[in-house]
Write a protein that binds this ligand. Structure first.
Ligand SMILES: Nc1ncnc2c1ncn2[C@@H]1O[C@H](COP(=O)(O)OP(=O)(O)OP(=O)(O)O)[C@@H](O)[C@H]1O
Ligand SMILES: [Mg+2]
Length: 316
């Protein structure tokens, strides 16, 4: 694939905790190309953050591989891993934890430049100031405030985005990058990121919010319980969702004049139903769903993991 920056193949991740083992990702495939914007969408706990972290080699894989800038991360030593990560920007889901407690907004945005030795202190601060202003933080008094003490959640999140953009990343991994912004600022933040993708940056973004993803992404990856259940161009997934879980997500989207319904009909819950991860909740399950379906191409641009979806579903 031309301009491929990131490729995850069959990626599985398990965590051990007091609750036992959690399979946070199961055989996930996903690609991001230069200039592309891929949005990973799914409910809380579906594995979005784990996927972004796995793509940066920040969590060990139990199976599969991640290739970043043509390098398989499992073959990289620590030095090479750091060098590859420096070509990426990362906006963590929690903009509070990512900034050292003593830093003010300007120093926080300049820190990656100073750590990597790109330019002198003055140049680093100048660039950080430009980025903060681009992100709507143009009040220079605010730049002197400690990020953790005096900035609002939305402001902190914009500082965190400025940090991630400070090294002009070839690939940005952004975890809920606009979750703390008001409606006007959300669009603005995304427009800033899209401006970068038009210049060739690849963008992998995690979000709960399917309409938000649909407005900005070229491709959506719908996840449920650590598995990819559907991928495709956002307009097609929203207009004609193929997987019953995507359908439930869209039915739950608020809209003007639309009655808000719970995403799943509770009466069909059957937690003992194994196989397809959505089967316990699925109104359309059949006996075949006791075996997990794999992600299969439904058209040249769309894939779905559901036994009940065939090519004819695209003609609905
Ligand atoms: N460090 C960890 N140790 C144990 N379990 C973890 C760890 N990180 C994530 N998990 C588990 O992995 C699963 C996926 O978590 P993840 O944070 O990737 O979900 P998410 O889709 O990002 O959720 P949210 O939308 O709430 O941010 C969850 O069941 C979570 O409890
Ligand atoms: Mg998350």
């Amino acid at each position: 694939m031309r301009g491929l920056l990131l490729s995850a193949k069959g990626v599985s991740v398990s965590f051990l905790s007091s609750r036992g083992s959690t399979e946070a990702l199961k055989e996930v495939d996903m690609n991001v190309s230069a200039g592309g914007c891929v949005a990973v969408v799914g409910e809380s706990g579906s594995g979005k953050t784990t996927l972004l972290r796995a793509c940066l080699g920040l969590v060990p894989l139990s199976a599969g591989s991640v290739t970043l800038f043509d390098r398989d991360l499992s073959e990289c030593g620590d030095k090479e891993l750091i060098a590859l990560r420096r070509r990426c920007g990362y906006v963590p889901q929690d903009p509070f934890g990512c900034v050292p407690p003593t830093l003010n907004a300007l120093d926080a945005a300049a820190e990656p430049l100073r750590i990597t030795g790109k330019g002198n202190r003055e140049q680093a601060l100048l660039k950080a100031g430009e980025l903060l202003a681009e992100l709507g933080l143009d009040d220079q008094d605010l730049w002197k405030e400690r990020v953790r003490l005096s900035l609002s959640g939305g402001q902190r999140q914009r500082v965190s985005i400025a940090r991630a953009l400070s090294l002009d990343p070839e690939l940005l991994l952004a975890d809920e990058p606009a979750s703390m912004q008001d409606a006007a600022n959300r669009g603005e933040v995304m427009e800033i990121l899209r401006r970068r993708t038009r210049k060739g940056m690849g963008l992998l973004m995690a979000t709960h919010d399917l309409p938000f993803a649909a407005a900005f992404a070229d491709r959506v990856v719908v996840m449920y319980k650590g598995t990819v259940v559907e991928t495709g161009p956002p307009d097609q997934v929203v207009e004609n969702p193929l997987h019953p879980y995507s359908l439930a997500l869209i039915a739950a989207m608020p809209g003007i004049g639309k009655e808000i319904r719970p995403p799943r009909p509770v009466e069909v819950k059957d937690r003992s139903f194994g196989g397809c991860p959505f089967a316990p909740m699925c109104p359309a399950r059949t006996d075949r769903c006791r075996q997990a379906p794999s992600l299969t191409s439904a058209s040249p641009s769309r894939s779905v993991a559901c036994w009940n979806v065939g090519k004819e579903s695209l003609e609905r």
